[in-house]
Design a protein around this ligand. Sequence first.
Ligand code: F6R
Length: 262
Amino acid sequence: MEVLVAPGPEQAAERAAAAVLDGLARAAGPAPVLGLATGSSPLGLYRALGRAVAQGRADFADTHGVALDEYVGLPPGHPEGYRQVLLREVCSVVGLAPERLAVPDGSVADLDALERAAADYEARIAALGGVDVQILGIGANGHLGFNEPGSALASRTRVKRLSARTRRDNARFFPGADDVPTHCLTQGLGTILDARRLVLVATGDGKADAVAAALEGPLTASVPASVLQWHPDTVVCLDEDAAAGLRNRQYYDDSAAGLPES
Ligand code: F6R
């Protein structure tokens, strides 16, 4: 696990963008697959990728985008549904083609249909050859995707109930807390672990406890993001505030400095 601590959120976003581009450059197939998180954490990273495109350092024309999760019960086209969010905040920013964006279908009405949508989504990811780089944020309660505390470490894409904390945290995107959907479809922790590289970005002191528990606490379903410790290629990009609870900070900084000059 590589833990990179930057002075502020913009520098953390730049480092995360570099880690994403580096991971995509190693993609084996002709069309790389990028896993996309929503929420506030990756917005600076998406803007940094947009700048890389504008400067000719990156090109997402052939890239497939794969969403991490989607709310259940929002009608197609709802502005806070993650398809619309990703069209606005990723496709139009980095030039990823809308027809290459895959999002689980949470608009279907009953549990059977949702379970089929979850299975279809797993099949879609497999047909693309798996995810090359998965971008992630972390919930203040340690969730990853919408895998809330208690999620099975080997879980696959499925319907999950959102915790009261997550619904409160996401109320800022809706007219009121009661308008936040109660359920979602989310890639499972096992699905996320199948991605060839994970890039987590977290900024602000509201994430410090969750980051410390995920990176330095035990691997446990109580802190779903602790599965990052299990993955062979995880890059964690933090600002100083989000890194405030880390005990092994000096080691991370020393490691990031690389080999001594000979
Ligand atoms: C988003 C997602 C969530 C968020 C997390 C942090 O697709 O799956 O895990 O990454 O809730 O959200 P922000 O970044 O808004 O604090």
